[in-house]
Write a protein that binds this ligand. Structure first.
Ligand SMILES: *Cc1c(COP(=O)(O)O)cnc(C)c1O
Length: 416
């Protein structure tokens, strides 16, 4: 569902013109559509109808409290990767019983806090993590709910930086060792083995590898049942891709129905952990053109957003569509590299873009709802932009622009 439209030349998100957002809140600014987030969540949820299921939003994609709260109200669970993310879920009144804790390096303090809140499940990634979890649960006198993240060794066909399901990767327990590690988990006194999970990568555009991963994991579920280890849930992770340029992302509904077919009648709750597919195309990064540099071999549009606010092009060579937010009045387009003010040659937001722009004009960088603000930094002492959520005709500031003084308020000079 797209809630981004153009009416008499002006780009609007839901019922609000982006130029109006820039006037009220300044630039750069992240702008999110509540309706788009809700529609994406509902599509996942509805696709799994007919089997017990829970869609756990992978909140590392965008952890703004307003985003979490919108999803919490729809009944979403949350996939977290840190104690900080758990604190955010609790801050919006999210139920710990709907929280999955993923990640390869959970600290003792993070595990202890998550146990104290009674989260739904720990997605464990190693033998050593099992032992650590067992010891901490023992000290607390509780049984920790455990799923093992199995590495199914399938190729998700995605960028190496965001592929996680192959043998040479730091994530998960090798498929060949899974049964042995489950036996060990089943013997540890302070653990309760409840599930199995995998997550094979991100921005996946074909569902075949995901379905192959499901089949491999179901094979393990059956083998474990033979050993008397009965699992209650299967978590197939996230990773469904979105359209940034001309990709053809999978149809969520059809994907969900195929998963349901495979698990129906097995008495297994089905969990998914989508991140990007829920929020990616629900947001834009609004930026203003500061200068046009036309005296070089390439022409540059220097804008007030940068790799500090959107690192994906610099980090993954990712492509984000960049469009004029206002009416171009039919002026001819010229080719620019859209670059930011940061002192790095990699601070490029888009190369060779045909745009009709003058200094002061607004540009919208699309598909900036996921892994944009969440991966932002203060490099070059740049305050993080504000975040705005549109709800119908109304724009709500859901995070204020950082004041510059806050960027160094925790710092101290040496004593004299
Ligand atoms: C990052 C991550 C996700 C979400 O990935 P998307 O590509 O954003 O859907 C889900 N599960 C785990 C374990 C992850 O690390």
């Amino acid at each position: 569902m797209t809630t981004l439209t153009r009416a008499s030349g002006e780009l609007r998100l839901e019922g609000v013109a982006l130029s109006e957002i820039a006037r009220r809140f300044g630039t750069p600014c992240y702008v999110y559509s509540r309706a788009a987030i809700e529609a994406a969540y509902r599509e996942f949820d509805a696709s799994l109808a007919g089997v017990e299921h829970l869609v756990c939003y992978a909140m590392k994609a965008n952890s703004n409290l307003a985003v979490l709260d919108v999803l919490r109200r729809l009944g979403a669970g949350f996939d977290i990767v840190s104690g900080g993310e758990l604190a955010r879920v609790l801050a919006v009144g999210g139920e710990a019983s709907k929280v999955l804790f993923s990640g390869v390096g959970k600290s003792e303090a993070e595990i202890d806090t998550a146990l104290s809140h009674g989260i739904r499940c720990f997605n464990v990634e190693s033998d050593q993590e099992l032992e650590r979890l067992d010891a901490i649960a023992g000290r607390r006198g509780v049984k920790a709910p455990v799923s093992l993240r199995v590495n199914p060794d399938v190729d998700a066909g995605t960028h190496p930086y965001i592929s996680t399901g192959m043998a040479g990767n730091k994530f998960g327990i090798p498929h060949a060792r899974a049964i042995e590690v489950y036996r060990k988990a089943a013997k540890l006194p302070n653990l309760r083995v409840t599930g199995i999970d995998c997550h094979i990568g991100s921005q996946i555009l074909e569902t075949a590898p995901l379905e192959e991963a499901l089949d491999r994991v179901l094979g393990l579920v059956d083998a474990l049942a033979h050993e008397g280890i009965a699992l209650e849930h299967l978590d197939l992770g996230g990773g469904i891709g979105i359209r940034y340029r001309d990709e053809a992302p999978p149809d969520i509904h059809a994907y969900g129905r195929r998963l349901v077919e495979r698990v129906r009648g097995r008495n297994l709750e089905l969990l998914l952990e989508p991140g990007r597919a829920i929020v990616g195309n629900a947001g834009v990064l609004l930026t203003k053109v500061e200068y046009l540099k036309l005296d070089k071999a390439r022409h540059f549009a220097v804008v007030d957003a940068s790799m500090s606010e959107l690192i994906r092009p610099a980090l993954y060579d990712a492509w984000h569509e960049i469009v004029e937010a206002g009416d171009t009045g039919g002026r001819p387009r010229e080719t620019y590299d859209v670059v930011g003010p940061v002192c790095e040659s990699s601070d490029v937001l888009g190369r060779d873009r045909a745009l009709a722009v003058r200094p002061g004009d607004l540009l919208a960088i699309l598909s900036a709802g996921a892994y944009a603000m969440a991966m932002s930094s203060n490099y070059n002492t740049r305050p993080r932009p504000c975040e705005v959520m549109i709800d119908g005709e109304t724009a709500h500031e859901v995070r204020a622009r950082e004041p510059i003084s806050a960027l160094f308020s925790a710092e101290r000079t040496l004593p004299r």
